[in-house]
Design a binder for this molecule. Structure first.
Ligand SMILES: NC(=O)c1ccc[n+]([C@@H]2O[C@H](COP(=O)([O-])OP(=O)(O)OC[C@H]3O[C@@H](n4cnc5c(N)ncnc54)[C@H](OP(=O)(O)O)[C@@H]3O)[C@@H](O)[C@H]2O)c1
Ligand SMILES: Cc1cc2nc3c(=O)[nH]c(=O)nc-3n(C[C@H](O)[C@H](O)[C@H](O)COP(=O)(O)O)c2cc1C
Length: 446
């Protein structure tokens, strides 16, 4: 009950913060903030943010500047503001969470040799202690000059201040990248292993993208397996999990080929996972050739080691060679936990893109899931519904049923949605086209 309460709480929290994987590690980022009255600085800021993969925020004045205000040396609004260092023009409020950023770049036009006073308003509205800051400006001809020194002096001593840069109107991407590279700000590596529920995909550390919801095929006999695979693909599903041990790799291949022809789906859209069993680790090449032949889909999207066992590292190194040759695209592990991973990872060259372990509401793996995700690897769960023939207890659990009734969905949908919100990829097994349709269309993703 205690576990279910915690689970309920996380479900609730996620419903108010959609898209945030509950147990994924916090990641700090870069924010590009800019003020631009006539668009020149905006164009530079957009390029900076695009290069760094940073978030972009515009400082918007409460009272917009008119053309008359901007006409300088006329004694108008801008001239008056810049003449008085104490002026702090109001900004429109933003919902920015500054804690999420460890690096902030601030762009502005030069107004009478200085930053517009509203930039000071922005700087004084947040605590930048411990962050890295850099400024950039655009102008007719003036440099950053004392604008940078004055802004620097107004922030906490604990700010790491990087050398700023002035850009002309129409600055090239190359000039901007040169500056960022010179101050050590380089594009962040793409975040891998984190589910994107909008696109229903996860970017793997192998560079490939995998669907987050699919079909497990354990214990499905030949004909049933073909039908289940076809139902999945007909309903929009693209991810299928099989294994040498399940004895149905041929049926998975057959189902995929038939579905591609029937529903006009290309091979590239489908993602097939299979596994080498420990009894095959001593002859991995033979085992992989057999899997390629049985599936008969050209290449294998992902190959897992099914369980730890004697010769697993050697088998993995052989799998790495198949990746280099393009016969397998991504590698992963199954039934590897913190201790096994800690021992395994230093012995291989290609890190696993995914770890598939038993996870469901009665077996939540609260330590293992964030450990794996923290290494940029995707987590996938087997037995999401408690396992073939053992689903009754989970699907009739009073708490789960209560949530299902409240949301007018099925108990299975509640469980699968819970996994997805924790950042865990799901592959429920099913021989029933109705269940497959329900799973794919109604797990809260559409
Ligand atoms: N790596 C490993 O060691 C390992 C171990 C076990 C499993 N796996 C993988 O994980 C997959 C999932 O595990 P699993 O298939 O054993 O168990 P599961 O997905 O937890 O449960 C499958 C059971 O749930 C039922 N079910 C599916 N969708 C349902 C729905 N919408 N409503 C009600 N019942 C539903 C199925 O019945 P119907 O057939 O009637 O739909 C079946 O009896 C396997 O198929 C396999 O690919 C991996
Ligand atoms: C009030 C005001 C004062 C300006 N003062 C200077 C200046 O001192 N030196 C300079 O080179 N450009 C000056 N400019 C020109 C702007 O810095 C330049 O056009 C800038 O690129 C505009 O950026 P934005 O389009 O992002 O607002 C001034 C512009 C305004 C509106």
């Amino acid at each position: 009950m205690e576990r279910l309460c915690a689970w309920l709480l996380s479900l609730f929290l996620l419903s108010v913060c959609p898209g945030a994987p509950a147990e994924s590690p916090e990641r700090s980022g870069t924010l590009v903030v800019y003020f631009s009255a006539t668009g020149t600085t905006r164009a530079v800021a957009q390029q900076v943010a695009q290069y760094l993969g940073a978030d972009l925020l515009e400082i918007e004045p409460e009272v917009p500047y008119t053309a008359e205000d901007l006409a300088y040396y006329t004694g108008g609004r801008c001239d008056q503001e810049q003449d008085d260092p104490a002026v702090r023009p109001g900004m429109r409020s933003t919902a920015i969470e500054m804690d999420r950023y460890d690096t902030v770049l601030i762009g502005y036009p030069i107004w009478h040799g200085q930053a517009p006073r509203i930039v000071q308003t922005f700087l004084e509205s947040y605590d930048f202690a411990g962050k890295t800051l850099a400024v950039f400006c655009t102008s007719h001809s003036s440099g950053l000059g004392s604008s940078e020194t004055i802004l620097h002096a107004s922030v906490s001593d604990t700010v790491r201040w990087l050398s700023g840069r002035r850009f002309p109107s129409g600055a090239s991407g190359e000039e901007i990248r040169d500056w960022l590279d010179s101050i050590g700000l380089t594009p962040a590596a793409p975040v891998t292993g984190v589910l994107d529920l909008e696109s229903r995909t996860v970017l793997l550390n192998s560079g490939y993208t995998m669907p987050v919801l699919g079909l497990g095929t354990y214990a499905l006999d030949h004909e049933t397996c073909i039908q289940s695979v076809m139902s999945l693909i007909e309903n929009g599903g693209r991810l299928i999990d099989t294994a040498y041990m399940y004895g149905n790799e041929e049926a998975v291949g057959e189902g995929v080929r038939r579905a591609m022809a029937a529903y006009g789906v290309s091979r590239e859209e489908i993602f097939v996972i299979t596994k080498l069993y420990p009894s095959q680790f001593s002859e991995p090449e033979k085992a992989m050739d057999m899997a390629l032949e049985k599936l008969d889909l050209g290449y294998i999207d992902m190959m897992l080691l099914h369980h730890p066992g004697a010769g697993d590292v050697q088998a993995w190194l052989a799998m790495e060679r198949y990746v280099e040759e393009g016969r397998i695209r991504s590698l992963g592990l199954s039934n590897w936990y913190v201790e096994e991973l800690t021992e395994f990872l230093p012995q291989v060259h290609i890190p696993p893109a995914l770890v598939q372990n038993e996870i469901h509401p009665y077996y939540q793996e609260k330590d293992v899931v964030p450990f794996i995700q923290g290494k940029g690897m995707a987590v996938q769960c087997w037995y999401p519904l408690g396992g073939r023939g053992y689903t009754r207890e989970l699907l009739t659990d009073p708490t789960i049923v209560e949530i299902a009734q409240a949301h007018q969905v099925s108990a299975a949908q509640v469980i699968l949605r819970w996994d997805l919100q924790r950042g865990v990829v799901v592959i429920p097994g099913s021989s029933n086209p109705e269940h497959i349709r329900e799973t794919w269309t109604c797990s809260g993703l559409s």
